[in-house]
Design a protein around this ligand. Sequence first.
Ligand code: AHR
Length: 639
Amino acid sequence: MFRRNLPLLLALALTVQAADTTLTLDVASPVGRVSPIHHGLMTEEINHCYDGGLYAELVRNRAFRDDAEKPVHWSAVAGATLVLDSTVPLNSAIPGSLRVEITAPGGGVANAGYWGMPITPSTRYRATIHAKAAAGFTGPLTVSLQSKDGATTYATTTVRRLSPDWQAHEVTLKTARGLTPTTDAQLVITSAEPGTLWLGFVSLFPPTWKDRPNGLRRDLMQMLVDLKPKFLRFPGGNYLEGDTIDTRFKWWETLGPIHERPGHPGTWGYRSSDGMGLMEFLLWCEDMGSEPVLGLYAGYSLKGDYVKPGPDLEPFIQEALDEIEYVIGPVTSKWGARRAADGHPAPFPLRYVEIGNEDWFDKSLSYDGRYAQFHDAIKARYPHLKCISSIGNEQPERLRVHSRRPDVLDEHYYRNTETFLEMSPRHFDSYDRSGPEIFVGEWAAHETAFPPWDAKSKGLPATPNLKAAIGDAAFLAAMERASDLVTMQCYAPLLANVNGYQWRPDLIGYDALRSYGSPSYYAIQLFSTHLGDQILRPVFSKSATIQGSATLEAKSGRVFLKLVNPLPSAQPLRIALTGVRSVSRNAKVLTLAGEPTDTNSIAAPTAVVPVASSARVLAPTFDYTLAPTSITVLELKTR
Ligand code: AHR
């Protein structure tokens, strides 16, 4: 999404100010090669990122397991009685059901989804209802999408006859043309006849990305694809680890038909349906043209439980080897065959695996031993895989891995804007270029010093403002200048439902119907969609407050110059390109600018978006004035 704002751009162009800072860029002398997988995404179940987010399921608590006592998120219609019934299990994975006793005509149940359901015109919704009826009751059931007060019906259909055995009923609900989109909707299942039935699993999907069954929300996928991510780090984050060893991400329990997945508690205060299972993560990568960066559970969980290196750790190593086999094993292998049975005979393109997550929290200092054991087992079986240590150089030396040489170190940086501005000019300069690759697997600029989980953060919106985007861009510039070393980087967290988030700031916000990118989203997009393959070194004539990075696309001669002006005043700059014969007269320019507090939201989704313009470049040395509080990309065609 790029906007043209001619008045602003004209005003800037006409404000010709004398430049006392010169930026020199020697285009003929690249200093390194840009990693081809520099930009990626990090993801985990946090902020209703999947359930109530990217995963398009609309029914909340579809397997009635979110609470052991009550059928939370379900409500009775017309005086029906709802009881969780552990004596009538759906199957071994879902060991209970919801008993619905209908005593009056029109009685039944309703589910209001994740803060509403998205109703759009001319849309087909697919419902799957696993139900069984008590003796003497056969239905029929009316299934409809209604407003929460029941006054408006958006779509309706019928399940004709129930059986005394569990049966999955699939029905389609189609909304009419011309209705106004709304989140004021719930799924309602009722009967005109009194009687008792059990519901074991109720699912409702709108159209999904590429129409995949059990698929992903279209608007959010479009926003992710627009970032051109080259990899996806999953499944966490803390979500990989679980609060306890038993609640870790058990990948094998996330496979197969969705009504046979038990789900698990998750780490961010709500239960995960595991509708986003290992196969869905891999298909998600495939659909974005990204490669997976697979996080392997490595024997440490959030509340401090850990598994001692040695024989105790062996079963966890086997879990990881099996998981890798599921991703890349031949169809003749046990888990490769399972992948084929799950619909994907071809192996996925796995190159990187990460051993654990943020293992510096392990106070027992067992990570070195655990890492070594995983590393040796993985390398023995899959020598081509690169192993990532979850502890990087930003952590104290004594916590890091010493007994093996990790291929890659994962470093995490959650900092405020001021800190990123200070770090940007030199942070990666001291790194040993012959050492491990650096993966900045989580990073984000915060507008404030409040930690994301701090009570003071609670009143703040899910997504950051332009001030944070300035910090993000300064750090992106630092990582891009070092992108021979920082081979991969990804912002975190990626997604947040604005009605239920545990952490801020987050890159993309949404409710059940609408979504928007934060200014940080657009900052990242400016960088990820303007990336050459050779790193150029910007040299400023004096210690500049402007932060910058430049890359060259060798085959086309295009130079992508990114400049970050954190100051509230316009900054004139002389830009001198050396090592070129000529520069095209018109440079394409994209500018993200505004007041530091400017931001986007559900109500104003595009208040801060990049503005497209062009600049006259009459010679390889030219003047350009950067807008106050801005991120600018200049695309210069050189020869
Ligand atoms: O991104 C949110 C959390 O921050 C991740 O789960 C964890 O790895 C980090 O501490």
